[in-house]
Design a protein around this ligand. Structure first.
Ligand code: ATP
Ligand code: MG
Length: 231
């Protein structure tokens, strides 16, 4: 799916003396099937942008269109966004809340009006995609997992929605190099197998230049550069 961001501005605490313009007239277009690395210093606006991509934040002004469908519209049902766009946030533990891993992953799909069999198929398939053995992990609590495993569960919950856009905010923060490579390769594999459009935010120019087809560089709430890593 293509993504069009049009003149997106977001101001935290708008109207207060300490208001903060986290996104300042951001516009860009991402093509269907692209693999985008979103980089920028701390505070440049990456997470603020990503939180708009699944309706968690509504813009102060501007729009985001997914294949022409406006996801920033004020009264939109969040399920309408989340079956199109899957977002794994910077702190994935905030996305885990059920007492077992199986229930956590089934939560999203169970809001889509699917039958039990289909939900169960999706839970098993998405656990497999992130390298978690179903029988071993299904009844475990997501809270007793390591950081890397929690992230895998959060990713599984998002891909069980079968979105056409997958967005991950610093998915390898806090992992060792081996854990990083595992997460990157599972994302790459999902992208290659299903031709999902992927956006990955990171501080690491090296990792993003190596993995992405397109780089977006943010600086102080603006897009400073967009193009191929070679450029
Ligand atoms: P990092 O690499 O550290 O994750 P980021 O690029 O994701 O940084 P954001 O978290 O989007 O940056 O922050 C962009 C700007 O918005 C910063 O100036 C930040 O201080 C401000 N900001 C972020 N969240 C809030 C909030 N909840 N309330 C007020 N200001 C905020
Ligand atoms: Mg961030």
């Amino acid at each position: 799916m293509s993504i069009t961001v049009k003149n997106l501005t977001y101001i935290y605490d708008q109207g207060m003396p300490f208001e903060s313009r986290a996104l300042d007239d951001v516009s860009f277009e991402i093509k269907d099937g692209d693999f985008v690395g979103l980089i920028g210093h701390t505070g440049s606006g990456k997470s603020t942008l990503i939180q708009h991509m699944n309706g968690l934040l509504k813009p102060s002004s501007g729009q985001i269109l997914i294949n022409g469908f406006d996801i920033t519209e004020k009264n939109l049902n969040l399920t309408e966004i989340r079956k199109r766009v899957g977002v794994v946030f910077q702190y994935p533990e905030y996305q885990l809340f059920e007492e077992t891993i199986e229930k956590d992953i089934a939560f999203g799909p169970s809001n889509l009006g699917l039958d039990e069999e289909e939900i169960s198929r999706r839970v098993k398939e998405s656990m497999k995609s992130v390298g978690l053995d179903y029988e071993t992990y299904k009844d475990k609590s997501p809270f007793e997992l390591s950081g890397g495993q929690k992230r895998r569960v959060a990713i599984a919950g998002v891909i069980a929605m079968e979105p056409e856009v997958l967005i991950l905010d610093e998915p390898t923060a806090g992992l060792d190099p081996g854990g990083r490579e595992e997460i990157f390769s599972l994302i790459k594999d999902l992208h290659d197998r299903k031709n999902i459009t992927v956006i990955l935010s990171s501080h690491s120019m090296d990792d993003m230049a190596r993995l992405s087809k397109t780089l977006i560089v943010m600086n102080r709430g603006k897009v400073e550069f967009m193009g191929s890593p070679r450029e």
